[in-house]
Write a protein that binds this ligand. Structure first.
Ligand SMILES: *Cc1c(COP(=O)(O)O)cnc(C)c1O
Length: 396
């Protein structure tokens, strides 16, 4: 893989006519180290956020040894990429064949569930295995998060005690898990969810071995600047300490976004300008699904050898397909003289950007290049400011 110092080096040397994914291994390493060192429990990476094999290897080398997988394809991918990794199958509704293959072929022992039917299914598929860690997913509020995960999964307070009791009889280890929704904007989301966990434990009167606080840890985007991750960890640690569970109970979390948002950005080219609308060569069917469908604003910068001194204006983007839906409203702030042929770097696309890309309308191909400069934002301390145009190309 080619290495450049920054997007500018690449744009100047190759003038790519397709979008290029820029990856920053050092940013993923920094995020992984932060979770491994500061989270007082076990961080496992939620693979769906970005299933790149390079990223999986970086996280593993940095101390993340457990992976939250949700489909049999993810199980196979991680098992093939990292034979030493531990996999936890945390989708509460699984195919019976997937459970059997995960258990018998890939050594998966941890599964989540939110119903009696799924418990039966897991027991059938594993031929009543006696070495299972089963995590009951509780339904918790997504009110503090930008993307809800509250509607689809989770046992509600009326169902939870009976389910916990039944799972306790069947499992070697009993866990409770939840997901507060993605991009949780306040630590209170976890405090409130942990209160639900407490009520469920008290009502079911069961011994619990694992508390898994799920994902939802935020990254930094324009207009979405959450408190420091440290405050989230403190809220979780404090709540965990005060739960009615034994000293040997384990604390887990399942960050997806927070581990990989800073890992990738995309270099796009402007193919046309119409007023304050820019037609670029990546879009809703590419790495900008969230920008199009949930109005997510990603940071952008003009990548030009001579810095523009024209004032910033608000732009919206059209992607390359023939579909009106391929529109990203933004607003994205760029110098007023941006024009066809210019390159733009769209930052913080490591989570759910590349993962959701399709080849619709023939616009799927993307090259990947390593860059060594800092991501456009970071949740992990001050990233040193980069000169806007360094022209510094390091090709390895
Ligand atoms: C999506 C998902 C995650 C990761 O969520 P983030 O908001 O990206 O941290 C973790 N656990 C489960 C069960 C998920 O579905």
């Amino acid at each position: 893989m080619h290495t450049h110092h920054s997007a500018l080096g690449l744009a100047v040397s190759s003038r790519p006519d397709q979008p290029v994914t820029l990856i920053r291994p050092h940013a993923a390493r920094r995020a992984a180290r932060y979770f491994v060192e500061k989270f007082q429990g076990r961080p496992m990476y939620a693979v769906k956020a970005n299933p790149s094999q390079d990223l999986l290897a970086i996280l593993f080398e940095s101390g993340v040894t457990h992976f939250d997988v949700a489909s049999i394809a993810e199980v196979r991918l991680v098992a093939r990429t990292l034979p030493e990794a531990t996999l936890c199958f945390m989708h509460p509704v699984k195919a019976e064949e997937a459970i059997a293959e995960a258990y018998f072929t890939h050594g998966v022992r941890t599964f989540s569930l939110d119903s009696h039917e799924e418990l039966e299914k897991i027991l059938r598929a594993t031929k009543h295995a006696t070495d299972l860690t089963l995590c009951v997913r509780l339904r918790v509020s997504s009110d503090h998060s930008k993307l809800s995960l509250a509607a689809k999964f989770g046992a509600d307070p009326r169902e939870a005690p009976a389910l916990l009791f039944a799972v306790r009889q069947a499992a070697d280890a009993l866990g409770i898990c939840f997901h507060v929704g993605s991009q949780a904007m306040t630590p209170a989301a976890y405090r409130q969810a942990m209160e639900r966990v407490r009520q469920a434990i008290v009502e079911a009167a069961v011994t619990v071995d694992v508390i898994d606080v799920g994902g939802g840890f935020p990254s930094v985007y324009p207009g979405m600047e959450p408190p420091a991750l440290d405050a989230y960890f403190r809220a979780i640690h404090d709540a965990f300490e005060s739960l009615p569970i034994s000293y040997s109970a384990e604390l887990w979390c399942e960050p997806g976004r927070a581990l990989c948002a800073e890992y990738a950005s995309v270099l796009v080219r402007v193919e046309k300008r119409r007023g304050n609308e820019l037609y670029i060569n990546d879009g809703a069917y590419g790495s900008l699904f969230d920008a199009a469908h949930v109005g997510w604003r990603f940071p952008v910068r003009l990548v030009r050898e001579t810095v523009s001194n024209v004032r910033d204006m608000e732009f919206s983007f059209y992607g390359p397909t023939c579909d009106d839906l391929d529109h990203m409203a933004g607003p994205f702030l760029l110098p007023g003289d941006v024009k066809a042929g210019d390159y733009i770097e769209i930052g913080m696309l490591g989570a759910y950007g590349s993962a959701m890309r399709t080849a619709f309308n023939g616009f799927g191909s993307t090259e990947t290049v390593v860059v060594t400069d800092e991501p456009m934002a970071t949740a992990y301390g001050e990233a040193p400011a980069e000169p806007a145009a360094s022209g510094n190309v390091v090709t390895l």
